[in-house]
Design a protein around this ligand. Structure first.
Ligand code: DIG
Ligand code: MN
Ligand code: MN
Length: 388
């Protein structure tokens, strides 16, 4: 039996808000006590995580006194030193406080927009203090319930102005951080701007410093939009913009469930892990997920271990897929190329276009070919079921 124990090299990380989730939901009170940040670091150390991430207010409550802040930071730093955990990513809570009820960077109130910039600069400073190299932006409140309230083009401009300002702040401070933008289609707002990873990739290209900015796709959020998560991640990866990733799971057509990785869609989780591993993704594997509300903290540890074990088991399945002789023979046959079309590949030329227009294709034969995808997918399913 292989060893599915997490190691630092796997770069498995969790946010304080994930294992620290107290089980509150819109219809129920917390089912778990609140643990302090340093207690959560020890919990993550116990289960074998590589790193811990935080929103500014996960670590320092928004109304903390200076003395409280100093004590929290002292305890947190000691826990990091004791466990060896890193802080690879930080982010800002621009969604919980009532001040952000109408958004942060896209709020209709210019004082809120300015306060959001101030809060984010301070949170960036805090992340830099712990060596965070990735800074995530999730605009949970950047949106509308009624489009009577905001001009969507003005909202794009406000978002761009904020990102340009904050990119230059990071450059000015010499932090060397990169930004990762996280999309979500809705919840908590009726509709959230830049609703999918694809929207974010387009938005990034309109910024003054696009080289500093990538994406942080989340499984649950793309599933909420009814999309194939692996395809979105592939597009970000191919564009050199996969700066971070939020792993979890999510049934389609549901509110944001943030389930344990692989809990719902094992097959799509397999293709995601295969994509990341085949392409030697070297970023953090962040689990933005939380345990069922039914769990105590032993159950939270089960949740965290399950996230990491499932990833490692699927990583082994991907290696097995790549070494499976029958699967690989099928893929070779499916992708066979006799070179007959080589003259028409690659960049355009007038000669190439003229020659291609003169080719007489046997359309019936093209349509009659059996692709053997049923066999290939069945072999994949049987590999995942453990009978290959
Ligand atoms: C929710 O999916 C968001 C926030 O938790 C956080 O800002 C971001 C970082 O993973 N994900
Ligand atoms: Mn989510
Ligand atoms: Mn997330």
């Amino acid at each position: 039996m292989s060893n599915y124990e997490p190691k630092a090299e796997h770069k498995f990380t969790f946010g304080l808000w994930t294992v620290g989730n107290v089980g509150r939901d819109p219809f129920g009170a917390p089912t778990r006590a609140t643990l302090a940040p340093h207690e959560l670091v020890y919990l993550l150390g116990e289960v074998g995580a590589y790193g811990v991430n935080f929103h500014d207010n996960d670590l320092i409550p928004i109304d903390a006194t200076t003395a409280e802040r100093d004590q929290i930071l002292k305890d947190f730093k000691k826990a990091l030193a004791d466990t060896g955990l890193k802080v690879p990513m930080a982010t800002t809570n621009l969604f919980y406080d009532p001040a952000f009820k109408d958004g942060a960077f896209t709020s209709n109130d210019p004082r809120v927009r300015a306060y959001a910039l101030q809060k984010t600069m301070n949170a960036i400073d805090l992340g830099a203090e712990f060596g965070a190299e990735i800074y995530v932006f999730w605009g949970g409140r950047e949106g509308t319930e009624s489009d009577a309230t905001k001009d969507p083009i003005e909202s794009i401009k406000r978002s761009r102005e904020a990102m340009n300002f904050l990119c230059e702040y990071v450059q000015d401070k010499g932090y060397g951080m990169k930004f990762a933008l996280e999309a979500k289609p809705n919840e908590p707002r009726g509709d959230i701007y830049n609703s999918t990873t694809g929207h974010m990739l387009a938005f990034i290209e309109t910024l003054d410093h696009p080289e500093m900015v990538g994406v942080n796709p989340e499984v649950a959020h793309e599933h909420m939009a009814g999309l194939n998560f692996t395809h979105g991640v592939a597009q970000a990866m191919e564009a050199g913009k996969l700066f971070h990733i939020d792993l979890n799971d999510q049934a389609f057509g549901r509110y944001d469930q943030d389930f344990r990785f692989g809990m719902v869609n094992l097959k799509s989780a397999f293709f995601l892990v295969k994509l990341l591993e085949d392409n030697k993704y070297d970023g953090n594997r962040h689990y933005d997920a939380h345990a069922f509300r039914t769990e105590d903290y032993e159950g939270v540890k089960d949740f965290a271990r399950g996230c990491m074990r499932t990833y490692l088991i699927l990583k082994e399945k991907a290696e097995q897929f790549n070494q499976d002789a029958e699967i690989q023979a099928l893929l070779a046959e499916i992708n066979a190329d006799d070179g007959a079309m080589d003259a028409y590949k690659g960049a355009y030329s007038a000669d190439k276009a003229a020659a291609l227009k003169a080719v007489d294709f046997d359309r019936a034969a093209l349509g009659a070919r059996g692709m053997k995808y049923e066999r290939l997918d069945q072999l994949t399913v049987e590999l995942l079921l453990g009978v290959r």
